[in-house]
Design a protein around this ligand. Structure first.
Ligand code: AMP
Length: 420
């Protein structure tokens, strides 16, 4: 027996309805907000993620599925989709059609993370990206969309954390203040944070280690170091959110450490999920398009982890239960009935009814059991007598009423019954 790789999960027929339910909400919402779907490849040149995520991030340092293909190219299974969307935006010149390009995606991402509840090695994200506009109204639109998506699914107890991480003009000043603050405590920091201290000090603020976390509580706040442009932008994002009636909490320790992340950073938490409560994260990345080789282009986006959303929905019993159901189950009794029953099955399906049949030649009782298991609304019964007369019995499973119909009239009669 070969099992699936650790950290992967099969989505079985009984749970597919939950996924399609969530996907339907995504598609309806994105259409309403004017975001169009994009589907990019699952693997890209490794270089794209090194530049698009950043070589000092945990994702790139520890979590990428990177391999060399037969043409000696280094490729990587996408650990997130923003870099791919930006690549596609540039490669396909999507900027030529519109000044503001609004895209969304749904798909698998791959990270070599330690698997646990709500954390997998293959997981699914719904994300959106808006490219080409730096106006804070776009930041607000994106944040509203993330919150409205979770609300539309019925989730309450959502917490929106909001921060600004400044820009390459004001962040260096803050970086220095942060290093000054942490320098006397270098020895107390975890190994990861000690290496972050020089390379990516903002990441010291969101370390999960208890001691680092406690120290970070007293660190200087980036919002006290913002340049005028970033400060005004941040204030305006807040005004737009307030206008849309979206409550938020300012969280000075919510950071993204890299230079191309600018201004707005946000996260949506669903508190009952505990350790894995972060369901959505996003922010502005006005330096990313350039980093990937394009002209200076502002951008902002977010990604939602769909497994976590489903966990939250399950906790709240908000998931639709989809029972397998067919319009009609065809029961064939005896050798002679098999081919006429198969023909009827085919005609029912051709008439756009859902129809099922047991192909194992079991007893009447066993076939009726199957019909019940499939929640058949009607049953068509063909025994030897019916075959001789070119007829079939139609049984209404709700009322248990039964009537005989000529085979030639069977499908049209059933279509009428199903519609009633
Ligand atoms: P990120 O791309 O790291 O900002 O993550 C965005 C969202 O994706 C998070 O808020 C999580 O909901 C989800 N996510 C990230 N990593 C994983 C993982 N390994 N397994 C499941 N969901 C994840």
């Amino acid at each position: 027996m070969i099992n699936g790789p650790r950290g992967t999960k099969d989505i079985l027929p009984d749970t597919v309805a939950q996924w399609t339910h969530v996907e339907k909400v995504i598609r309806e919402l994105c259409a309403r907000y004017g975001y169009r779907e994009i589907r990019t490849p699952i693997f890209e040149h490794t270089e794209l993620f090194l530049r698009g995520i950043g070589e000092t991030t945990d994702v790139v340092e520890k979590e990428m599925y990177t391999f060399t293909d037969r043409g000696e190219r280094s490729l990587t299974l996408r650990p997130e989709n923003t870099a791919s969307v930006v690549r596609s935006y540039l490669q396909n010149k999507l900027y030529a059609a519109d000044a503001l390009v609004k895209l969304f995606y749904i798909g698998s991402m791959f990270r070599y993370d330690r698997p646990q509840a709500g954390r997998y090695r293959e997981f699914h994200q719904f994300g959106v990206e808006a490219l080409g506009e730096e106006n804070p109204a776009v930041d607000a639109e994106i944040i509203v969309l993330a919150v409205e998506f979770l609300r539309a699914l019925g989730l309450q107890e959502l917490k929106l954390h909001l921060n600004s991480v400044g820009c390459p003009k004001c962040r260096p000043v803050y970086r220095e203040r942060l290093q000054e603050f942490f320098r006397p405590h270098l020895e107390e920091l975890c190994t990861d944070c000690r290496s972050r201290f020089e390379r990516n000090p903002l990441r010291l603020l969101d370390c999960k280690n208890e001691h680092c976390h406690a120290l970070a509580e007293g660190a200087p706040r980036i919002t006290d170091c913002l340049c005028d442009e970033c400060r005004v932008h941040f204030t305006e994002v807040q005004s737009y959110l307030t206008a849309a009636g979206i409550p938020f909490e300012l969280d000075a320790n919510l950071v993204r450490g890299l230079d191309y992340y600018t201004k707005t950073a946000f996260e949506v938490k669903y508190t009952p999920l505990g350790a894995q409560s972060a369901v959505a994260g996003g922010g502005r990345y006005d330096g990313l398009v350039e980093e990937v080789g394009g002209p200076p282009t502002p951008g902002i986006g977010f990604a939602v982890g769909l497994e976590r959303v489903l966990l939250a929905l399950e906790k709240q019993e908000l998931l639709p239960e989809e029972l397998e159901a067919v319009d009609v189950f065809v029961v064939a009794l005896g050798e002679a009935a098999q081919i006429p029953a198969f023909k009827l099955l085919h005609e029912l399906r051709a008439a756009k009814l859902s129809a099922a049949m047991d192909f194992a030649g079991r007893s009447m009782k066993a076939q009726m059991k199957q019909a019940n298991k499939k929640n058949a609304r009607f049953v068509a019964i063909l025994g030897e007598d019916e075959v001789k007369e070119a007829s079939a019995l139609l049984k209404d499973m709700k009322t248990s009423e039964q009537k005989k119909l000529a085979l030639k009239d069977f499908v049209p009669a059933l279509c009428v019954e199903v519609k009633n």
